[in-house]
Design a protein around this ligand. Structure first.
Ligand SMILES: N[C@@H](CCC(=O)N[C@@H](CS)C(=O)NCC(=O)O)C(=O)O
Length: 217
């Protein structure tokens, strides 16, 4: 039975689940979330405690949470992309970085986006400030970490978490010019075929980015 991924092409966490599928050429069917559709809303409320996507369905198995989806794909639908490093210590590092990108890059970016979703005309300046400060702190930590450590080879769990979070975070708070390692990582990730496919498929939705999308990738 064909795998199904439920998500939306503009959603950062959907990219995180699409990247490993594309990188491994895994056959799957994309089920696109329709905002405001009561059936989709009811489905998500049923399968996820917070009604969030992506959701992966493989026969009788439903997997939620993007990191768990990648772990599941690495076990049940492996391919050429080394999603989880074989070496246990390298796997710990990959999982640590996955948490850094989700909890401090993606979440800080989403904090700014959510301030606009809550009030497009007058977003809460304290929320915007807190989100941007979170991004600056995360950028500094990653830039320093990259100075004395090596990332697992692409396409890994880290690539899957880093690509969408850095893509959208840079729109909200630009990576400072002197953070050359972090800027190079973002460019390197966007050049991966699996990631550039996500960027292209999301391009038609850019006008919907709540704080306003800049005129660049
Ligand atoms: N921790 C979740 C986060 C998923 C998430 O935040 N998804 C967003 C889309 S990028 C979502 O479902 N938003 C709709 C909502 O919150 O109602 C994961 O890793 O899958």
């Amino acid at each position: 039975m064909t795998l199904q991924l439920f998500g939306h092409p503009f959603s950062s966490y959907t990219w995180k689940a699409l990247i490993p599928l594309y990188a491994n050429g895994t056959e799957f069917e994309f089920r696109e979330y329709r905002p405001g559709n009561p059936d989709d809303h009811e489905y998500l409320r049923r399968v996820h405690p917070a009604g969030k996507f992506p959701v992966l369905v493989d026969g009788d198995t439903t997997v939620i949470e993007s990191t768990a989806i990648i772990e599941y794909l690495a076990i049940h639908h492996p391919g050429g992309a080394p999603l989880i490093p074989a070496d246990p210590d390298e796997a710990v590092t990959a999982r640590m970085l996955d948490r850094i990108f989700d909890n401090y890059v993606m979440s800080s970016m989403q904090r700014v986006v959510n301030a606009y979703i809550q009030n497009m005309e007058a977003p809460n300046p304290a929320e915007i400030e807190a989100g941007k400060r979170g991004l600056q702190q995360a950028y500094r930590w990653i830039e320093t970490w990259l100075g004395s450590n090596q990332l697992p080879p692409h396409v890994s769990l880290v690539s899957c978490a880093a690509a969408p979070s850095l893509f959208y975070a840079d729109w909200v708070e630009r990576i400072p010019g002197d953070y050359t390692r972090l800027a190079a990582l973002r460019a390197e990730l966007l050049a991966l075929p699996a990631v550039s496919r996500c960027v292209e498929d999301a391009r038609p939705y850019r006008d919907f980015f709540p704080p306003g999308a800049p005129d660049r990738d």
